[in-house]
Design a protein around this ligand. Structure first.
Ligand code: SF4
Length: 254
């Protein structure tokens, strides 16, 4: 199957089955989305959704956040990953929003990246979700799932390279939603450690599946599984013997 065909089937399948895929972060306006996306780096959306209601209530405008301190913001976000850095980023981001952008979230990728805590990925999310720009943010799920399906090739070794290949091959009007297709698929089915290929509805055009489910690949996987079971049994037997020996030496000491 060619890469072009994989793209075609990918767009066809998800357009039909998840036409309205969207972010799982809760937000009410662009300022809140910017905060939520900054917080979501290396953290789960579920956790972010737990802390943002109180945070949004206390800091309802860029001005109120800019006038605060990282120490105060920290008390609202202490349960997310890297709370110290993120608290500093949020206050710094709000200050630039107020001082440079007239308290409005800018639409350009370059402008967005002028704010602390906003890298290319976050900028692309804002640009695509808020401003409907033809951009695709590459996070760990997008990076991994694109490669497994075969949308990207071995040359795509960095998030920017992945972004470029996806932008080159995906129809422009699907870029925004494709980001959510890949994230949701990566979060629930094509998970990092053991992708759930057996229940995956797109396995029929997935490159990884094609490579790992040939007869010889399946036999290899089965042999590996058996070896693991045997190794574990050996380990258990050795543990048992060493426990028994320890017990005997204790009995002897007594
Ligand atoms: S078949 Fe497996 S590797 Fe391919 S997309 Fe589905 S879960 Fe991921």
């Amino acid at each position: 199957m060619t890469r072009k065909e994989r793209y075609q089937y990918f767009v066809e399948y998800f357009s039909k089955n998840q036409p309205d895929a969207e972010t799982e972060l809760h937000y009410g306006n662009s300022f809140q989305l910017l905060i939520a996306v900054i917080l979501s780096a290396q953290c789960t959306d579920k956790r972010i959704n737990q802390v943002t209601p109180a945070l949004f209530e206390r800091f309802s405008t860029p001005e109120s956040l800019a006038a605060s301190t990282p120490e105060e913001v920290f008390t609202y976000i202490r349960s997310v990953s890297y709370p110290n850095n993120k608290a500093k980023h949020l206050v710094g981001m709000a200050k630039i929003l107020v001082d440079v952008f007239n308290s409005e979230v800018p639409s350009g990728i370059d402008d967005l990246q002028k704010m602390p805590g906003v890298g290319r990925k976050t900028a692309n999310v804002i640009s695509s979700v808020v401003f409907d720009a033809p951009a695709i943010a590459v996070d760990t799920h997008v990076f991994r799932v694109s490669a497994r399906i075969g949308l990207t090739n071995s040359k795509a070794t960095t998030p920017l390279a992945v972004e470029k290949q996806l932008v080159q091959y995906l129809p422009q009007d699907t870029l925004g939603v494709a980001h959510h297709w890949l994230i949701l698929h990566g979060r629930y089915i094509c998970v990092a450690r053991s992708p759930k290929c057996e229940i995956c509805p797109i396995s029929w055009f997935c490159k990884y599946y094609e490579q790992t489910h040939t007869e010889s690949a399946l036999l290899k996987a089965e042999a590996l599984k058996l070896k693991k079971v045997k190794d574990q049994k050996k380990k258990n037997a050795l543990n048992k013997i060493s426990k028994e020996l320890k017990k005997r030496s204790v009995d002897k000491d007594i």
